[in-house]
Design a protein around this ligand. Sequence first.
Ligand SMILES: N[C@@H](CCC[C@H](N)C(=O)O)C(=O)O
Length: 283
Amino acid sequence: MEFTKGHGTGNDFVILPDPDGRLELTPGMVAALCDRRRGLGADGVLRVVRSAAHPEAAGQAGDAEWFMDYWNADGSYAEMCGNGARVFVRFLIAAGLADPADGTLPVATRAGVVRARVSGDSIAVEMRRPRLSDPSTASLGGLTLPGTAVDVGNPHLVCTLPTGLDLAGLDLTRAPEVDPAAFPGGVNVEFTTLGDQVEGTDGHVLMRVYERGSAETLSCGTGACAVAAVALRDAGRDTGVVAVDVPGGRLSVTVTADSCWLAGPAVLVATGEIAPTALTMPA
Ligand SMILES: N[C@@H](CCC[C@H](N)C(=O)O)C(=O)O
């Protein structure tokens, strides 16, 4: 089986081309591939399949030829992955499966069709406008932090750190505790602080994230959109451009009246053949 490895600001993925949907991918295979010692190692898997060939995407086939079948490192599914969509588009172009020369490129996802725009090293995807909802809390290391639930197609909880607390001091080796009634399907938890003013933006924030199904990652695109929307709200704004610094680099988020653009680098680093032994987890 062929694979490509890629990342967007350090959020890394194993990409499996499967145009006709023949591969019977299982949670166990995904977890084995994503294992950083025994497998290829990644935060998730992007299966590249024609929308028409996947039961969950056939309804989107008229709008987008390709479906991003995204899986978290633990073998669970997620509705959406912002960095994954940007890396997915980089792969489609490199593999000659799509040509964005005519402007934007649609991609089917479990959260609906997103559109990508390529500009040199940067790929931007247009997703839904983040929906801010109820307050909730996350607890870690004896601290309980207030936050805001945000829906970006997938669920997020954005916690702004109080003055005096530092992002670097948070222990994210274990999942933060959240209210299971508020997030029955689990949640991605972002921790954020304000950064210095960045020219050409309406806000600048720093963020760390503990992702549902993947633990702490170096970046989360939908998480960056959620954090940007909360930062704009806290600044009394509804729309604007926010620079979001994650441990893996910088993302730019533009929240408009009806959508949200996520932009940043998307890089392919290797292509190869997977040994069959890498598809099962040793006992
Ligand atoms: N890293 C992603 C989000 C991946 C899905 C997430 N772990 C979930 O379960 O919702 C991104 O870049 O958005």
